[in-house]
Design a protein around this ligand. Structure first.
Ligand code: FES
Length: 147
C-alpha cells in the first residue's frame, strides 16, 4: 500500500524536533482525523531557510510527508519553499494511497503557516501566501459530506 520511500521516511523521519527562537512557527490541524502538525523555520537575512524542524501528532503518512517536505524546503529561499506543494511532496515519495492524500496537506499548510508567522513578525509580504487556516478542511465541507 505504501511506497518504500514513504515507509523509509516514516521509520526514520528527518528533521523531527523544535527550534528555539524560530523565525516562524506554524501549527495546523485536521479536524477530520484530529491530527496536528507544527513546523519551525529558521530563516536568515537572505530569506534562506537555514533550518526546519517539525513535530506532529499525526498518522504515518503525515510523518512521512512532513519529513520529506522539511527536506525539500531546507536550504531553499522562501520563494522556492512556496513551490513545495503537497503534490511535489507526494511525487518525491513515489505517491500516497488516495485516502491518505489529505495527510500530505498538513505539511504544506504548516509550512505556509510558519512562513505567514515569519512574514508578520518581519512586516513583509510573501508573494502568493495566504492567511493560514487553522483547520485544513475549512471551506471544503460540502464535497466531503458523507451520508
Ligand atoms: Fe490524519 Fe493522516 S489520518 S493526517
Amino acid at each position: 500500500m505504501y511506497s518504500e520511500k514513504v515507509m523509509e521516511h516514516f521509520q526514520n523521519p528527518r528533521n523531527v524536533g523544535e527550534i528555539e527562537n524560530a523565525s516562524g512557527v506554524g501549527t495546523v490541524g485536521n479536524a477530520k482525523c484530529g491530527d496536528i502538525m507544527r513546523i519551525y523555520l529558521d530563516i536568515d537575512e537572505n530569506r534562506i531557510i537555514r533550518d526546519v524542524k517539525f513535530k506532529t501528532f499525526g498518522c504515518g503518512a503525515a510523518v512521512a510527508t512532513s519529513s520529506m517536505a522539511t527536506e525539500l524546503v531546507k536550504g531553499k529561499t522562501i520563494e522556492e519553499a512556496m513551490k513545495v506543494t503537497n503534490r511535489a511532496v507526494m511525487e518525491a515519495l513515489d505517491g500516497l494511497p488516495p485516502v491518505k492524500v489529505h495527510c500530505s496537506l498538513l505539511a504544506e499548510e504548516a509550512i505556509h503557516a510558519a512562513l505567514w508567522d515569519y512574514a508578520e513578525k518581519h512586516g513583509i509580504k510573501i508573494e502568493g501566501l495566504e492567511k493560514p487556516k487553522s483547520d485544513i478542511h475549512e471551506g471544503e465541507e460540502e464535497e466531503e459530506e458523507e451520508y
